[in-house]
Ligand binder design. Structure first.
Ligand code: GLU
Length: 276
């Protein structure tokens, strides 16, 4: 059975790009008699606004989607901690006390998520009485599991190249788990068989594939859909004035019509899907 999910973070309102993502995941499951899940990814510390989760549910209902909601990430912290401890005992994590500014100043390589961690704290004696983050030693981790592959429904077979993102965070200074760790554990725990999300997370999947191998988790398939772009070719964002689904809902726009337009590839003037 196909199980997909929509996993929004309540850091800001949903917009049409999220609607495209949710509808894609919903239809891929439902058209095959499968299950579509909603998971609220609310471990983003100070940025997380719990009241938005209720608005997300209203948005999905307005679009005419049906889902089953699974536990929010904030209720799963013990599992993340246990997995991080396992990686730590295997000697695959190292503590890091760098700030964002330190990393920006020292980085020489840049990836899709910004500067690649330059390995400043690797092999260093880090003071563990202060809050520290924990990073994955990508070289060691890869050596422990060997070459890996994965499959994207649109882009085809992929060889995992997690080193492209460098020694990513596993536990953050201010949060018990990084996005990479939490999402990988949850997709396995929720029985997701087809991870459906935007192409902006394609690079992250190489890391998730590595974490699955390290933590003996099942390997799903992925479907990274093209992103919806605004009139200047950027990802939609509330801060650049993209209307939120809540705005449209409150203006009595017909959600079922919006959903059917998205399914037909019709978007408001100025918006387009990223090609390739
Ligand atoms: N929570 C993530 C976000 O809102 C998405 C996670 C995912 O789909 O893997 O960007």
């Amino acid at each position: 059975m196909i199980v997909t999910r929509f996993a929004p973070s309540p850091n800001g309102p949903l917009h049409l790009g999220h609607a495209l993502s949710a509808i894609t995941a919903h239809d891929l499951a439902k058209d095959a008699g499968g299950q579509f899940l909603l998971r609220i990814e609310d471990i983003d510390g100070a940025r997380s606004r719990p009241e938005l989760a209720e608005s997300f549910r209203a948005d999905l209902e307005w679009l005419g989607l049906e889902w089953e909601e699974v536990s929010a990430q904030s209720t799963r912290l013990a599992g993340y901690e246990a997995a991080a401890e396992r990686l730590k005992s295997a000697g695959l994590l190292y503590p890091c006390q760098c700030t964002r500014a330190d990393i920006k100043a020292a980085a020489t390589k840049f990836g899709p998520e910004g500067p690649i961690y330059p390995g400043t704290c690797k092999g260093k004696d880090v003071d563990l009485s202060q809050p520290v983050a924990w990073r994955l030693d990508i070289g060691r981790a890869q050596a422990a599991v060997g070459p890996l592959d994965w499959f994207d429904a649109l882009a085809g077979p992929q060889v995992a190249v997690p080193e492209r993102l460098g020694d990513v965070l596993i536990m953050r200074k201010d949060a018990p788990a990084s996005y990479h760790l939490a999402v990988t554990i949850d997709d396995a725990a929720d029985g997701v068989t087809l991870v459906t999300r935007g192409q902006d997370l394609f690079a992250a999947t190489h890391i998730h594939r590595l974490l699955q191998a390290l933590l003996d988790l099942p390997v799903p398939r992925w479907h990274h859909h093209p992103l919806l772009l605004d009139e200047i070719g950027k990802k939609l964002a509330k801060r650049r004035g993209s209307a939120s689904l809540a705005d449209l809902r409150e203006a009595a726009v017909d959600g079922a019509k919006i959903a059917s337009d998205i399914r037909l590839g019709r978007f408001p003037i100025g918006m387009s899907l990223r090609k390739g």
